[in-house]
Design a protein around this ligand. Structure first.
Ligand code: ATP
Length: 348
């Protein structure tokens, strides 16, 4: 997909002796929900701040809508940033908070009020306009911050861990609302998070960062099912790496492979320990080190006879917790289709 809304070319940022961002090349299309995912300190916030204009690149360029904005101030760019702490004005009403940016730009009062009401409706806060931020819940404050960003119809909305302050249940609910909102308004969202589930849930595409560099860019399914490196395989989901001999036997190629836990079937080992794998399947034998009952599914940690440990997750279709517990310490055969073996390049 060609980037049109945002294009970063050779972007680099050095703070003193820290290279926070190195050689970032990235294109984000109009209307995309794009996430930047990575561990703490991997450079994603610095990239976001360079798109917003709060940080000047050491080298490289930022383009918005095909225009080079590298040297423009934040307010000269067609973007708006939503921060984790929302930064609402406590002494103003919700309506005044939302309309504030329009007031600064001298938009007439009647239009300000109309657009603020529309933005509050977008985030399902009709009727909350006269309250003050202190009279709202965390999730409602978050929505006011979003309404304030939407009211100016920016080309790109930048969101820096906007759900980080919410508890898990509310966070999951807001993820769904945010996704719906983005579809509704059609604005490009660039979202920073260190939470892989959040990135997978929300994104059309995502980039995985490590040490100031992008490790992989792709759709959630591409990243999850075809991780390009052991780092990505481990950071987004359970890596389940198989190396060397196993991989060689299995697919006739030497290297490191990743297989996702839910692709693996856990079978009781046959009495004589034999049993051929189904055609086009990979099989491995081992001992169940641990079973974790998850309610809707069970997680098995299996120590392989060939060395190493794999995690397998099975849906509890007809299995009870007692049956699950009985697997601990038993011998099992693991089996999965060869198409679920993904080669991952060695770490740099
Ligand atoms: P987090 O999830 O913790 O916010 P991040 O991936 O967003 O992390 P950045 O905040 O972009 O990472 O930081 C990248 C690197 O740059 C870190 O090593 C950080 O310490 C450094 N850094 C960021 N801002 C500054 C600054 N203003 N001065 C000096 N170093 C900085």
């Amino acid at each position: 997909m060609e980037g049109n809304a945002v294009r970063l070319r050779n972007l680099r940022k050095v703070f003193g002796r820290t290279e926070a961002v190195a050689d970032v090349e990235l294109g984000i299309s109009d209307g995309e929900f794009f996430s930047m995912l990575g561990p703490s300190g991997s450079g994603k916030t610095t990239v976001l701040r360079m798109i917003a204009g709060f940080e000047t690149p050491t080298s490289g360029t930022v383009e918005l809508g095909g225009k080079d904005v590298t040297n423009l101030a934040p307010f000269e760019r067609d973007v708006h940033t939503v921060f984790q702490d929302y930064a609402l004005f406590p002494h103003m009403t919700v309506e005044q908070n939302v309309a504030y940016g329009l007031k600064i730009r001298k938009v007439p009062k009647a239009e300000r009020l109309r657009r603020a009401a529309e933005a509050l409706e977008n985030v399902r806060l009709e009727g909350f306009g006269k309250r003050r931020p202190s009279q709202l819940s965390g999730g409602q404050r978050q929505r006011v911050a979003l309404a304030r960003a939407l009211v100016s119809h920016p080309r790109v909305l930048l969101l820096d861990e906007p759900l980080g302050a919410l508890d898990l249940k509310l966070r999951e609910q807001m993820q769904i609302e945010l996704k719906e909102l983005q579809r509704e308004v059609g604005i490009t969202f660039v979202f920073v998070t260190h939470d892989q589930d959040e990135a997978l849930t929300l994104s059309d595409r995502m980039a995985v960062f490590r040490d100031g560099r992008i490790q992989q860019t792709g759709t959630p399914a591409e990243i999850y099912e075809r991780p390009a490196s052991p780092f990505v395989a481990g950071f987004v989901g359970t890596s389940n790496l198989l190396t060397g001999e196993t991989a060689e036997q299995v697919v006739g190629k030497r290297g490191t492979f990743s297989v996702r836990p839910e692709k693996i079937r856990v079978l009781k080992e046959t009495a004589d320990g034999s049993g051929d794998p189904e055609p086009d399947h990979t099989a491995a034998t081992g001992t169940v080190a641990e079973v974790v009952y998850l309610g809707d599914a069970t997680r098995f940690l299996v120590d392989l006879d060939a060395g190493g440990r794999l995690t397998a997750v099975q849906q509890n279709l007809e299995t009870s917790s007692e049956e699950v517990a009985a697997f601990r310490g038993t011998r099992v055969r693991l089996q999965w289709h060869n198409r679920h073996n993904f080669p991952v390049a060695e770490a740099r």
